[in-house]
Ligand binder design. Structure first.
Ligand code: ADP
Ligand code: ADP
Length: 229
């Protein structure tokens, strides 16, 4: 059963001006679904509805096959995590940042998530390991490391689906490729839906949805959409 489904979703920020016009898709429980399309097409709006920040005007958003309207709001929000382009970090330690909002976490779970997100090596390279202060806004970490922390923090809260707004947007090509490899690993344990601006991100998706002016203009695997060589 898909973790998330949009069924003929219509939504506008103002009456009479629909921004999404009959959007339907499913997100399987594992793998990466990439959203591509021009600025203003409606990608962020799809995320806002997936998070239940807004409700559809028509149609429905289903979580695990159940209309989200009938799921308690808190439970829906706990099931859907969000990673932004530049994830805000606290001025505490790496550990503080990872565990922020996560609830109780066993060492085993923490170590598994650290390994999966490539942070085991990052922590090992810091003077006090996980207890090293990361600095204001995580200044002591690189952009790629900060994104890894954001993804790890999200995983520790045990969501069913993680929404990522082009997590490699501000990374150099090497860090971009490395993070794409990590996302591929993460997608084996959790569903990912990613707003994709970069070719690397699109190419590693299991399914691509092309959004244009509030509709799904095309969908398929990267190969089917002729996005791979
Ligand atoms: P994308 O993420 O693909 O760039 P968005 O979902 O942000 O597209 O925007 C889709 C349309 O909705 C655009 O016309 C945008 O101007 C409009 N829009 C987005 N957010 C708001 C908002 N909070 N209030 C009013 N209009 C909005
Ligand atoms: P930077 O922005 O410093 O280049 P990266 O995102 O490239 O950061 O990598 C951060 C850390 O994660 C590095 O220590 C790197 O060795 C490690 N790493 C990179 N890719 C992977 C991967 N696929 N699996 C595990 N660890 C990785």
């Amino acid at each position: 059963r898909p973790v998330l489904e949009f069924r003929d979703v219509w939504f506008g920020y103002r009456p009479g001006a629909p921004v999404l016009r009959g959007v339907g898709f499913t997100v399987p429980a594992r793998g990466q679904v990439a959203l591509v399309g021009p600025s203003g097409a409606g990608k962020s709006t799809i995320f806002a509805l997936a998070e239940r920040f807004y409700e559809p005007d028509r149609g429905s958003v289903l979580l695990h096959g159940r209309d989200a309207r009938f799921t308690p709001y808190d439970r829906h929000r706990a099931a859907v995590g969000l990673v932004e382009q530049d994830s805000p970090l606290l001025a505490g330690t790496l550990r503080d940042n990872l565990l922020y909002g996560a609830g109780p976490v066993t060492d085993r779970d923490l170590n598994r998530v650290l390994a999966m997100t490539g942070l085991t090596r990052v922590a090992a390279g810091l003077p006090a390991g996980l207890d090293t202060p990361v600095g204001d806004h995580g200044r002591r970490l690189s952009g790629g490391q900060r994104q890894r922390v954001a993804i790890a923090r999200c995983l520790l809260a045990r969501p069913d689906l993680i929404l990522l707004d082009e997590p490699t947007a501000h990374l150099d090509p090497d860090s971009e490729r490395a993070l794409a490899a990590t996302l591929h690993d993460v997608a084996q344990v959790c569903a990912l839906m990613i707003i994709a601006h970069r070719f690397t991100t699109v190419r590693s998706a299991s399914r691509v949805l092309v959004i244009d002016d509030g509709v799904i203009a095309a969908s398929g695997t990267p190969g089917e959409l002729l996005l791979t060589s």
